[in-house]
Design a protein around this ligand. Structure first.
Ligand SMILES: [Zn+2]
Ligand SMILES: [Zn+2]
Length: 402
């Protein structure tokens, strides 16, 4: 018998349920935003105090890596939990709702970091049976702040470089306790785009003496949508949404400029590059065709989150072994949301899986979604997330992707 077979991770996680919930609620009640989440880090470190872990702090963020060296040498596996909240006024009415007005854990990162701390406690307890190293990555700044990239750039994943990586994201619209995953694209890239189209202002009654940038902007938006509809393939899709158009001051003045803002979402580096180039080209060429000028910019957000098929096969096997056949859902399509765990997966093979947190009596599809002021989690299923972390780490350390 080996450690992966010997241990009933669900039972171990259930035994630590009270501690897990207390930690999750403490983090939930005091949400922090962005790259600096010092009080969250403090709570997590307190929960890990006294364990056989070595800590390495990130300098640019309040994230840290807790490292567990098994009793025997072996592979290295990374487990990640994010820590940051959102600028949302909480409306759940829970006893442990946010005490910081305007901050809320509406993306479940409180549960992610608490589940990871529970997994660390359980695995430290089994240290004598572990061959290899487990890196617990506690990371702030997931919500658009590139927290994972800062930690990677600081070399926090270089010593030792992990052989596999795993992360969980809760999902209130997936049935409670189910593990959802898919090979390949799991989440999209998210780039911000913008453009300024400059014509020549003038009298609205004499457009021939001006270069009106408003119809040029409209034409550019239409041309962009034609590009998406006719030049991208359904097997590698892209979304381009122009979400803000600003121009002008009153009814009888043609403005000089029109400003456009929007977002591009794709599921591959190839489509992402093509869409970015098309955006710049279409904006500038449409403007040029009408004697106007234009400048376009792209602010790179997160790359697409691409799951390694070997990691997905392992996650499926572990979910079915531990929780039964119906506990695994092969996600039919990627989510067009984005995740900075994608930066980890660019360096290390692995996967992000979803953990359903809808209560058993409710309609999962009708639940308040992530980033909603009423988003709630069925805490009874969180031990399953802890068990998945423990099972993934120990099984990979013992047998690799088998
Ligand atoms: Zn989020
Ligand atoms: Zn999230």
């Amino acid at each position: 018998m080996t450690i992966a077979e010997l241990n009933d991770w669900t039972a171990a996680a259930e035994a630590g349920h009270a501690e897990l919930i207390a930690l999750r609620r403490a983090i939930h009640a005091e949400p922090e935003l962005g790259l600096e989440c010092p009080r969250t880090a403090e709570k997590l470190k307190q929960a890990l105090a006294g364990l056989p872990l070595t800590f390495r702090d990130s300098e640019a963020t309040s994230g840290f890596i807790a490292r567990l060296e098994g009793a025997k040498p072996g592979r290295t596996v990374l487990l990640r939990g994010d820590m940051d909240a959102l600028p949302i006024v909480e409306e759940t009415g829970l006893d442990f709702a946010s005490r910081t007005h305007g901050h809320m854990h509406a993306c479940g990162h409180d549960t992610h970091s608490a589940m990871l701390a529970s997994a660390a406690r359980i695995l430290c307890d089994r240290r004598d049976d572990i061959a290899g190293t487990v890196l617990f990555m506690f990371q702030p700044g997931e919500e658009g702040m590139h927290g994972a990239r800062y930690m990677i750039d600081e070399g926090l994943l270089d010593d030792p470089t992990p052989d596999a990586a795993f992360a969980l994201h809760i999902f209130p619209n997936v049935p409670g306790g189910a593990i959802g995953c898919r090979a390949g694209a799991m989440l999209a890239s998210a780039d911000k785009v913008g453009a300024m189209i400059s014509g020549k202002g003038g009298h609205a009654a004499m457009p021939h003496d001006a270069i009106d940038p408003v119809p040029i902007a409209c034409e550019a938006v239409s041309a962009l949508q034609s590009y998406v509809a006719r030049r991208t393939t359904f097997t590698d899709p892209a979304i381009l949404s122009v979400t803000k158009i600003s121009a002008g001051t009153t009814h009888n003045v043609i403005p000089d400029d029109v400003e456009l803002l929007g977002t591009i979402r794709t599921l591959s580096d190839k489509a992402r590059k093509a869409m970015g180039e098309a955006f710049e080209r279409i904006i500038t060429k449409v403007a040029e065709a009408h004697g106007a000028t234009a400048g376009a910019w792209i602010e790179e957000g997160y790359p697409p989150t691409i799951n390694d098929p070997r990691a997905v096969a392992l996650i499926r096997k572990l979910a079915v072994e531990q929780f039964g056949d119906s506990a695994y859902i092969d996600m039919p399509a990627p989510s067009m949301g984005a995740e900075d765990f994608s930066y980890v997966l660019q360096k290390v093979p692995g996967a992000m899986a979803f953990l359903g947190v809808a209560p058993p009596d409710g309609d999962a599809a009708g639940r308040a979604p992530l980033h909603n002021p009423s988003m709630m989690v069925d805490e009874a299923v969180l031990p399953r997330g802890v068990a998945m972390h423990c099972a993934f780490a120990t099984r990979f350390l013992e047998r690799g992707w088998e």
